[in-house]
Design a protein around this ligand. Sequence first.
Ligand SMILES: Cc1ncc(COP(=O)(O)O)c(C=O)c1O
Length: 376
Amino acid sequence: MNNFIDEFKLNDNIFYLNHAAVSPWPKRTAAAVINFANENVQQGSSQYLQWLQTEQDLREKLRWLINAKSTDDIALLKSTSEALSVVAYGLNWKKGDNVVILEQEFPSNRIVWESLRSRDVDTKLVDIRQKNAEDALIKACDPNTRIMSVSAVQFASGLKLNLEKLGAFCRQNNILFCVDAIQQLGAQAFDVQNNGAHFVMADAHKWMMGPEGLALFYCDPVVREQLQLQQYGWHMVEQHFDFDNRDWEIATSARRFECGSANTLGTFAFNASLSLIRDAGIDAISNLINRNITYMIEQFSKHPNLQILIDDDPDRLSGIFVFRHKHINNNELYEYLLDRGVVCARREGGIRFSPHFYNSTEEISHVLDLILHLKG
Ligand SMILES: Cc1ncc(COP(=O)(O)O)c(C=O)c1O
């Protein structure tokens, strides 16, 4: 694993614990971007066929990462939010339909559904504080529920959902199941054939360690045609390089959701980042992330001034750890950490640390020492 860990070359004074926000790039991703820039300077797009091959390689890696059946099920969009909008504005809503989501969701996964108010679609917000999340979501569904939409891992609390349970319920009850997987893909294994999601979306820039602005959108072929298209262009038709063809048809594959030219720079970068995940292995990565989170739980719980805010049930653990200091204002603590090079976030009234596989327990110990040095 050491040669993969060596791909991260952050400055010595930076302790990067913020992969649930935006990840640093591995060296190979930077190299791919530099090479692509040089290629453009020296040759323009004369290697366009190679660019298309890289795009196909990226689709294949994404297919592998979520265990989809075919690369035809994978579209490349610009963000998680865009993919959620493709679903929300693609469905043919009936008056009185409702959507079931979590109260504590990241705004992208709430706003898009609430925006459907104008189409008489009701958004049911399920509060999962003090409750079993899956049971509460299932209980909120009724015969008018058209879709359940969840993040696989909650961005603020780090709670990992039991997607298999939710997916099975949705499939049995003819409810569409939509999963924002941005806080899971690249950190933990994900199997769309097992969890039964109809739609999965995730931008590259968190745990997949890729660039911002390029996202996976998986659409189950069984429901693909249910999504009415909202954008049109040359790239989404079956014969997209036959510019003289006036008799166009929409592509049968998920390319139908990509209306124009690809983000090729992003494609090269994302493809390189995913090659690291493939080479290192998702299980090895996930074990190291789990080691880091378990280490934080053990070490932080020794200190009565620190309160751990995540659910420490092993089945609920993700790459996100949140705690608060009982006697120090957590905004001040955040500023103090930032001044000492600790890159993290403020969430749930506390501090969110989201280490990746290459972070070491020594780094975590150092950050904990910094926290303990600050007197309340
Ligand atoms: C759960 C979740 N969904 C979506 C997003 C935003 O994704 P995008 O910028 O790709 O729309 C975030 C970013 O923090 C997130 O945590």
